[in-house]
Write a protein that binds this ligand. Structure first.
Ligand code: GLU
Ligand code: ZN
Length: 288
């Protein structure tokens, strides 16, 4: 399977406006932009501002500034997740009607305690969302109206049973098919949260609904998100959405070999910009 070509190639860069973009973002956005350009496709920007507390207009403005400085362009207006509540609720309703969601009333500390118990004090299993949920609330009723005020979890065992295997084609570093089995998903991922208390949707649900709404046919993003992709593919199957190709790229690391986080403000694009670096020099620095 090869990547889509021409107008059929649609990719996106989807940052959260919760801090300044760093070198890793410059690589991710630059690579996606170049791949689209090379293929005669399109590059979209999407603001993943679901975290209302940490998302700031100033960071949004800085994202546009940094990306423009790097030579990137995208169609306006950009999609923002804070305006997509109705679409997320529609998808959640669909999953609820299929009996695949249940309300979870656990607090973080309850989950930690329950996850530790069966392993006699050992460290609980960590999946893409942190501790693999021990299933405490799985027996909660799944009938009646959607309990929007609670966190909603996906019954991943049942979901996998309905969907079969979650399979996708990797086009990045080590290309080839990736197949997640039901056992892997139940043991290593667990019942992920798709809707948080007081939020519209979690990252996993929003990213899948939005990639489909934007017609994204190739997701270009960092290797760090590859372990979440089987969850996304599973949701695409359950919701009857088209399944994009995936290109997970290498991560830009700092001198100590650690991956860059948003809090490493010294590595922020704007810091290099202010220090007088040119966009061309930055592209060379990150190997674009
Ligand atoms: N918003 C996510 C981030 O800030 C990226 C989501 C994605 O590319 O799927 O890392
Ligand atoms: Zn629970």
């Amino acid at each position: 399977m090869s990547l889509p070509e021409g107008a059929a190639f649609v990719t996106r860069f989807a940052p959260s406006p919760t801090g300044p973009l760093h070198l890793g973002h410059a690589y991710s956005a630059g690579l996606a932009f170049e791949m689209a350009k090379e293929r005669g496709g399109s590059f979209l920007l999407r603001l993943e501002d679901l975290d209302r507390e940490r998302s700031k207009p100033a960071f949004e403005a800085l994202i546009a500034e940094d990306l423009s400085w790097l030579g990137l362009s995208w169609p306006e207006p950009v999609m923002r997740q804070s305006e997509r509540g109705a679409a997320y609720r529609g998808a959640l309703q669909q999953l609820w009607d299929a009996g695949l969601l249940y309300p979870c009333t656990c607090r973080r500390k309850d989950i930690r305690a329950a996850a530790r118990a069966p392993q006699e004090g050992g460290d609980p299993l960590i999946g893409p969302d942190g501790i693999v949920y021990p299933g405490t609330c799985r027996g909660a009723p799944r009938t009646g109206p959607v309990p929007w005020h609670e966190a909603l979890r996906l019954d991943i065992g049942l979901a996998m049973e309905r969907a079969g295997t979650a399979r996708f084609e990797e086009h990045g570093e080590a290309p080839g098919p990736r197949i997640a089995t039901c056992r892997q998903m139940t043991e290593e991922v667990g019942d992920v949260v798709l809707s948080r208390r007081g939020w519209d949707a979690s990252y996993h649900l929003a990213v899948v609904v939005d990639d489909a709404a934007q017609g994204v046919s190739c997701v270009v993003r960092g290797q760090d998100l590859a372990e979440a992709t089987p969850i996304h593919v599973l949701l695409q199957i359950l919701l009857g959405l088209p399944r994009p190709a995936y290109f997970h790229h290498r991560l830009i690391r700092d001198d100590a070999g650690k991956r860059l986080a948003k809090r490493d403000d010294a590595r922020a694009i704007c810091a290099y910009r202010e220090a007088g670096m040119s966009a061309g020099e930055m592209r060379a620095l990150i190997g674009l």
